[in-house]
Ligand binder design. Structure first.
Ligand code: PNS
Length: 164
């Protein structure tokens, strides 16, 4: 049985994330989507909300679980017995950072490999930060995120752009 971990901030999850997770899930018996709780950053959505949003978006996939984690990704991978870390790659601008992380993770935990899935061209320009910026100023994000995520973003921003 091959278990993979797909880590990320998912603040919020986008259609690009969902697409990568859907395609990754075809290649593994179990896929753990691991949502980072990072005490050094102030996310828009609390980690519990991000987990709930992802669970709703991925309910149609069997073998996929969503959990939060804190600390090093390799510690989670080791605890869970993950053979693979799977990440999406959107563009060449992602590559340097992603290869750096893959190299560090491979040094810390050589038995776990990082595999990349090329993002679908349809979503290659979508990022959580841009989605947040559009939503903050009342723009329409429904082309970039699932409907329930768009609704959650709308709840978070008041008409004048302040977090509710
Ligand atoms: O969606 P993101 O923000 O690109 O995800 C980044 C993430 C969560 C994969 C990365 O920050 C991470 O793995 N953080 C956990 C801490 C860690 O293991 N750092 C060492 C690897 S360089």
């Amino acid at each position: 049985m091959v278990l993979a971990v797909c880590p990320g901030s998912f603040d919020p999850p986008t259609n690009g994330h969902i697409d990568v997770i859907e395609r990754a899930s075809r290649h593994f018996d179990r896929l753990i989507v691991a949502v980072l709780r990072n005490p050094a950053k102030a996310p828009l959505f609390a980690v519990e909300e991000r987990v709930t949003l992802l669970k709703e978006a991925l309910v149609h996939l069997s073998g996929v679980e969503v959990h939060s984690f804190e600390g090093l990704l390799v510690d989670l991978a080791r605890q869970r017995g993950a053979a693979v870390i799977v990440k999406g790659l959107r563009s060449t601008s992602d590559t340097g950072y992603e290869l750096q992380m893959a190299d560090i993770n491979a040094t810390l935990l050589p038995e776990t490999d990082t595999l990349f899935i090329a993002a679908s061209p349809r979503w290659s320009f979508v990022s959580s930060s841009m989605v947040k910026e559009i939503a903050r100023y009342g723009g329409d994000v429904t082309n970039f995120v699932p409907g329930h995520v768009a609704a959650a973003l709308a709840r978070h921003f008041s008409p004048n752009g302040d977090k509710v």
